[in-house]
Structure formats: C-alpha cells, structure tokens
Design a protein around this ligand. Structure first.
Ligand code: AMP
Ligand code: GLY
Length: 421
C-alpha cells in the first residue's frame, strides 16, 4: 500500500516512523514533511491548503490512503473533499471537526447532552460582555471561538484583564470574532485522554500530560508544547469509565444525531476534580507532542489501526501497548515562543546512535544538501521509554546533551509531578 501523511511536525514524523515499520506499506509520501520524514518517505512540497493539488498528486501516484496530522485541514473539510473523490482518508469530517474548530459548538453540545464542563456564557458584543465582568467572581476564563493555535484563551484574574481580553478578541486578534465565550475557572489537574474511532467502535489510545508553558515550573508564555509524558498519573479504571460514559460516548451520540460519524483520533483535554472529569476542550487529532510520546508504546501495527478505522472494522482489532513510562522533551530554538533564528545548522544529529527505547523526532527542521537545519521554534523531540519516569527523563536529557546544539534550550523539569527529585 501507498500512504500519504499531511503535516510537517513532530507528530507527523512519529506517525511516519510508526508506519514505516508496517510490512503492509511500501511507500510513504509526506505533505510537506520535514528533514526527519525524508529518511522514510518522499517529501512533497505542496501547499496543504490546496486540496485539489494534493488530490491530483494522490491520483497520479495511486496513493491508497491519506492520514491527516494537524487540525486546520480537518476543520477546513479535507476529509469531506477526499471522500467525495472516493479516496480513503483518516480523520474526522468537517461537521465532527467543529469539536475543535468552534469552542461554542462544543459548549452548546455539552450543555444539551449534560456533558460535564465548566459553566459558560456567550456574548455577541463588547458592551454585554463587559457588563457581565462587573458581576462575576475571578478568576474568569475568556476564550475566542475559533482555531487559535492554543492562544485564544485568557485566564483573567481581575476586571482589567477581562476587559483587555474582550477588547483583543473583538478587535480580531484571533480572526474575525462574532462572539466571545466566558467560562467558570475549574480548579483541578489537567489530563489528556485519547481515543480512536471508526464511527461505530471507540478504543482507548492512551493518556498523557503535556507542558504548555515555556519556563520551568509551568511558568511563562504558552507554547505549542515543551514536553509530555504518558501515562497521566491521574488515570484509574473508575475515572476511565466516567470519561467514556459521561464525556466521549455522549459526544459521539450527539454527532450521530447530526448524521455524523466520528472517524479518527479524538483528544479530550480534561480537568479532573476529585476523580471527576470535566471537559475543557476537544482536539480532533493526536496531540503534539503527545503523539510522539504515545506512539513508541504502541505494539500493534499503526497502519492496522488506521485501516480498520477507514474500513469500519475497528471492533475486530485488539490494540496492544507496551507497559512503559514514556517521556518527551522538546528542544527549542533560543528565543521561542517569541523571536528566534532559523536556518541554524544541527551538525551532531547523525553522530547520535539511538539505543532501544530512544527516539528523536524532527519538528522544525529541514534538509539541504544532506545537512540538517532548524526551521522553526520547536525543533526536535527527544523521547525515552523505561520502567519509571525518572529514568526516562534522565535518559532523555542525556540524549539532548549529546547533541550539544548551541542554539537550543529545553525544560529540564518535564514530568515533575510524576518524578520525586
Ligand atoms: P484550551 O485551549 O481551551 O485547552 O485552554 C488552554 C488552557 O487554559 C487549558 O489547557 C487549561 O490549562 C486552561 N483552561 C481553559 N479553560 C479552563 C477552565 N474553564 N478552567 C481552568 N482552566 C482552563
Ligand atoms: N499538546 C497540545 C496540542 O496538541 O494541542
């Protein structure tokens, strides 16, 4: 089989590495991929917003199946487009992708189907929104509706913060805004819960916890993710059942009542309060860097999972996992998430020989005349698996140090909640 992967980050490199192990696959294309994927796949430099151009390439090369990594093409309807053209594609359609594409869609769905989540209000103009912040308790959470790469969320400590958030959102900082969402602030611990579905059956796809802030101790600006570990320390059988029965299943029922089947990965961002799960957000894809952290634990052929979802027979497949503690640290360009330099050579990469349970996934890299250069803020993802998080983290840090990249920085405290210092 020939497969195509859409995306260019660490998540897509991890998917590419997992698929390259499958005996059923003889050719992988990445649209557009990065220096890491180019080792296993043919990188194709096509604008991923141009569905027609991708389709022409897929048809010409007789690619059997497309896998979508990031959220934007899903929210823009890439799955509907390819299915209309009778090409197999793994990911949710445009209706289902509203779970990530519109926070207001999801909040309304939660309310209608009694899914536990923070209490909320929606305001359609600045005046009403500002009037409301005179009457509430703080902290208050204010969110822009659409995709904002994790940036459209404000945790407001006081009225001034809230007014500033309302102004920024309505002035279009995150795209044209018709409304703003305000939520009660939930106090608890976060956890990410993943499932995969073929539209009929859902199967667990592990838990994880990421670290979004740039500085140690979870301080500083939000980023795309500085590291992650899997499993989450919070998961237990009772909590798992509650997440499935109170959150995931009612969500899929709600979608089926809209005549929509959910096919693909679904990622629930939760806050757990006294072993009770509350939904904070949905993502309609694997997390990044959670995907890089989770996939090395997968024993089953990833392609079997994906094909079963596309062919509607996931119920017949047993997904097996290695019982390991996996930890990922992201090596970033100095300055990230603010200004940073690109095109800095990473010259020791080829000298590192990875041992069993050690992985390096490329995120923001590119290759030029056989040399690898940085090409983004989050550059490389280092992942190690072992029987305990402390050992996994120590090995990961050793691996980063062996690269000795002078333009890089990373958080040394990833997983601090699950590691006794
Ligand atoms: P989101 O993009 O909706 O996941 O929000 C980004 C981050 O803001 C989450 O990972 C949480 O840390 C935090 N957050 C969002 N909504 C709430 C809430 N209602 N209560 C507490 N924290 C929240
Ligand atoms: N790690 C957060 C995300 O993928 O959205």
């Amino acid at each position: 089989m020939k497969v195509g992967i859409i995306g260019s980050g660490g998540r897509e490199h991890a998917i590419c590495v997992a698929l390259a192990k499958s005996k059923k696959i003889n050719k992988i294309y990445c649209f557009p991929g990065n220096a890491g994927t180019s080792e296993f796949a043919k990188n194709v430099n096509i604008d991923i917003d141009n569905f027609n151009e991708i389709k022409n390439f897929v048809t010409e090369k007789k690619i059997d199946l497309i896998i979508v990594g990031p959220e934007k093409p899903l929210v823009d309807g890439i799955v509907d487009f390819f299915e209309k053209n009778n090409i197999k594609i793994f990911g949710p359609n445009q209706t289902a992708s509203q779970l990530e594409g519109s926070k207001i869609f999801t909040k309304k769905l939660c309310k209608k189907y009694n899914i536990p989540s923070a209490k909320f209000n929606i305001f359609e103009n600045i005046e009403e929104a500002k009037k409301f912040v005179n009457e509430v308790n703080f902290p208050l959470v204010i969110k822009a509706d659409g995709l904002a790469s994790g940036k459209g969320v404000y945790i407001c400590e006081n009225k001034e913060n809230a007014e500033n958030a309302i102004d920024e959102i309505f002035k279009g900082k995150f795209g044209n805004a018709k409304n703003v969402l305000m939520e009660e602030f939930l106090v608890g611990e976060e956890m990410s819960f993943f499932v995969v579905s073929d539209g009929k059956t859902i199967k667990d796809f592990q838990t994880a916890q990421d670290h979004k802030r740039v500085l140690e101790g979870d301080k500083g600006k939000n980023t795309g993710g500085m590291g992650a570990y899997s499993p989450s320390r919070l998961i237990n059988d009772e909590l798992r059942k509650k997440i499935l029965n109170k959150i995931i299943k009612p969500t899929l029922t709600a979608l089926s009542e809209m005549n929509c089947k959910y096919k693909g990965f679904l990622y629930a961002g939760l806050i757990v309060v006294n072993n009770e799960p509350y939904l904070i957000e949905y993502n309609v894809r694997m997390g990044d860097p959670e995907c890089q952290t989770i996939l090395p634990k997968l024993k089953t052929d990833l392609f079997d999972v994906i094909l079963a979802c596309c062919e509607g027979n996931l119920s017949n497949l047993k997904i097996e996992w290695r019982n390991k503690k996996s930890l990922c640290i992201v090596l970033c360009s100095k300055g990230y998430p603010e200004e940073y330099k690109k095109n800095i050579i990473i010259d020791n990469l080829k000298k590192i020989s990875l041992k069993e349970n050690e992985y390096i996934f490329h995120a923001g890299t590119k290759i030029n005349e056989n040399k690898i250069y940085s090409n983004g803020g989050r550059v490389l993802n280092f992942v190690c698996l072992s029987n305990n998080f402390k050992e996994s983290r120590a090995k990961t840090i050793d691996l980063i140090k062996s690269l000795n990249w002078s333009n890089g920085f990373f958080r040394k405290d990833i997983g601090y909640k699950v590691i006794d210092e």
